[in-house]
Design a protein around this ligand. Structure first.
Ligand SMILES: Nc1ncnc2c1ncn2[C@@H]1O[C@H](COP(=O)(O)OP(=O)(O)OP(=O)(O)O)[C@@H](O)[C@H]1O
Ligand SMILES: [Mg+2]
Length: 253
């Protein structure tokens, strides 16, 4: 259910139920105090509670194992804030910020704005997750264009040596903005110490198995899986431009 957006200034964030969102799932006085200070240092002026997910009955953009994502107001501008859950299996947001910065260097992901121990501030993407967008997009050419863009972004990540780590099942990790531009989200599990497999993983998700692959096939035409798998194997051995272009071709892009 879509709830009405609420803008709450920093001064009021220490009150419930906002305090519990800021220190999800359970605030302590000390944690709350230090997080409010951190937000001030990040120059956040207000949080905007809007979105299709909920935390304590408050609308938010996203809720995962690591974070709660909300819109924030900076000086006249909106941004997205990923709030580290107090029960997250990581103690800080620095690693995710470093990985996102590396992705940004090849024009992938929301732009990193700032980071602190418990918060990652990034460009706000006003859009919908890929499976929802796909459901509503009737244009075959438009679907192909978006998919081509997603695969090219994955190729750039492969080339720069950054493995996203969660693209083989990515229903919540690709968002499409109002101009039909795709953004890959969530670099918390990303690494520069693994062999990158972004193109092969996203192809698995988009063309080979699962409900999204079925939907994609309905929209752009069904492909024989074997004809996709062979060029992907070749690409896995040698991620040359030529081998990548071959993957695009067999995927119908
Ligand atoms: N920059 C952004 N702009 C708009 N929405 C965003 C942005 N970043 C994240 N979101 C929304 O918040 C959701 C959760 O974000 P993210 O995946 O980074 O959190 P997480 O805690 O790591 O979640 P998970 O446990 O599912 O991996 C996304 O699926 C998306 O809907
Ligand atoms: Mg995550």
């Amino acid at each position: 259910m879509l709830k009405k957006a609420m803008v709450i200034n920093l001064e009021k964030l220490g009150e419930e139920p906002y305090a519990s969102v800021l220190c999800y799932p359970k605030p302590s006085k000390a944690e709350l105090k230090s997080r409010l200070k951190e937000l001030q240092l990040l120059r956040v002026k207000a949080l905007e509670f809007k979105g299709e997910k909920q935390a304590f009955n408050i609308a938010v953009l996203g809720k995962g194992c690591v974070g709660i994502v909300v819109i924030v107001h900076m000086d006249g501008e909106k941004a997205a804030l990923k709030i580290r859950r107090v029960d997250a299996d990581r103690t800080e947001m620095q690693h995710e910020a470093e990985m996102l910065e590396k992705a940004n260097s090849v024009d992938v992901g929301p732009k990193l704005l700032r980071v602190s121990r418990n918060f990652l501030l990034m460009q706000y993407i006003d859009g919908v997750l890929f499976p929802v967008w796909l459901e509503g997009c009737g244009e075959k050419a438009q679907v192909r264009k978006v998919l081509r863009d997603v695969l090219r972004q994955c190729w750039r990540l492969d080339k720069t040596g950054l493995d996203h780590g969660q693209l083989s099942h990515a229903p919540k990790h690709v968002i499409i903005n109002q101009k039909d531009q795709p953004f890959i989200l969530d670099f918390e599990s990303a690494s520069i110490n693994r062999k990158p497999s972004n193109v092969t993983s996203i192809c698995q998700f988009l063309f080979i198995s699962g409900a999204v692959a079925v939907k994609v096939a309905e929209k752009i035409g069904k492909r024989d899986k074997e004809t996709i798998i062979e060029p992907l194997r070749k690409y896995k051995k040698d991620s040359s431009r030529e081998n990548f272009e071959r993957v695009l071709t067999v995927c119908g892009l």
